[in-house]
Design a binder for this molecule. Sequence first.
Ligand SMILES: [Zn+2]
Ligand SMILES: [Zn+2]
Length: 122
Amino acid sequence: MDDEAYNGVGLGIAVVIMILFLYGWCNCLLAGARRTSSKGLNSDAIKALPIVPHQFSSSSVQDECCVCLGVYENGERVKLLPCNHCYHPHCVDMWLTTHTTCPVCRAFINPQPNIALQIVVQ
Ligand SMILES: [Zn+2]
Ligand SMILES: [Zn+2]
């Protein structure tokens, strides 16, 4: 009688452990799926974005990096996004590994930037 009760409890614990294990496993799968769906640009696309010397004379370009809020020095190399916003290359590279949009205007950054189009914009 005692043995039977003990076995019943043991089986119950085993089932609970199995459910918890499956629950954790499903959560891991979901977290993995979420991680890949929120992934940013691939490194080739990030590298393909043009880096240009910053010029204060240009009114269409901001004078500070909106990621680190650092003010550019004249001629400092900045990464220009297709939306015409620019950032420190290391700042925006970090952002684009987890996002596919401009940090300021949320414009979608094309994974295959059209270089010819950007020359026309400039
Ligand atoms: Zn910066
Ligand atoms: Zn922008």
